[in-house]
Design a protein around this ligand. Structure first.
Ligand SMILES: [Zn+2]
Length: 199
C-alpha cells in the first residue's frame, strides 16, 4: 500500500548545479515492519534522479545481521538507506555508501545483484591480484545465489534508517553501533567516494 505525498521544494542539482531538483515522497507499508518513506528527487533540467528511504520507527545507529541458509531466505525483505554499509563477511565483500548513494526497498537476492554489479564495474579496470580476487569473489557469490546459499548479510546504518524484515523476527540480530564504530563508519553524504572494497 502506498500513499503519495507531494512535498516539493526546489534544491540544487548535484549533476548540473541548477536549482531544479524536485523531491516527492511516498509512504509505503512494509509487511511485518511498518511505514517507510520513499523519496525520489529528480532534476527537471538534466534528468538526474536520486532516491532514498527513511524508516519512521528506528532512529538509532544499528547493525543488523541475518544468516541466509536457504533459497527462501533470499526473499527476506531489506530496506537499505543511502547511509548504510552492506557487507557479506563470507565473501569478504563490503559496500560503503558514497556521496550520492541511493536507498531502496529490495530483498536479499536484490542486494546480492547490487553487490555483483558494483564488483563487476570495479573489476572492469582492475588488474593482477585484485582482478583475480574479485573474480573469485564473484564466482562464490553467484554459486551461493544459484544453488546453496550460506552466508551472513550485515547492514550497518549510523542513522538507523535500514531494516532486515524476516517473517520470523528471530532470524534477524540487531544491536546498537558502539561510539567507536560510529567514528569509523562512512555516512555516505558526509563522507567521500563509493567503492566496493576487497579485503
Ligand atoms: Zn540537473
Amino acid at each position: 500500500m502506498a500513499r503519495h505525498m507531494d512535498a516539493t521544494l526546489a534544491q540544487q542539482c548535484p549533476a548540473c548545479d541548477s536549482p531544479s531538483m524536485q523531491t516527492s515522497q511516498t509512504e509505503y507499508e512494509v509487511e511485518h515492519f511498518g511505514t517507510v518513506l520513499i523519496s525520489v528527487s529528480a532534476c527537471t533540467r538534466c534528468g538526474y534522479r536520486h532516491s532514498d528511504v527513511t524508516t519512521l520507527t528506528n532512529r538509532e545507529p544499528i547493525e543488523l545481521r541475518t544468516k541466509i541458509w536457504s533459497p527462501e531466505d533470499l526473499n527476506i525483505r531489506v530496506i537499505k538507506s543511502g547511509t548504510a554499509t552492506v557487507s557479506i563477511p563470507e565473501f569478504r565483500a563490503t559496500i560503503t555508501p558514497g556521496q550520492y548513494s541511493e536507498g531502496y526497498i529490495s530483498n536479499v537476492e536484490g542486494i546480492l545483484s547490487k553487490i555483483e554489479d558494483a564488483l563487476t564495474f570495479m573489476l572492469s579496470t582492475a588488474k593482477g591480484q585484485k582482478l583475480r580476487k574479485g573474480e573469485a569473489m564473484l564466482r562464490k557469490m553467484r554459486a551461493a545465489r544459484d544453488s546453496k546459499p550460506k552466508f551472513t548479510l550485515v547492514i550497518k546504518d549510523p542513522l538507523g534508517n535500514s531494516a532486515i524484515v524476516a517473517s520470523n523476527p528471530k532470524k534477524v540480530r540487531k544491536r546498537n553501533l558502539t561510539p567507536r564504530e560510529l567514528r569509523h563508519i562512512k555516512f555516505g553524504q558526509y563522507a567521500g567516494h563509493q567503492d566496493p572494497e576487497l579485503h
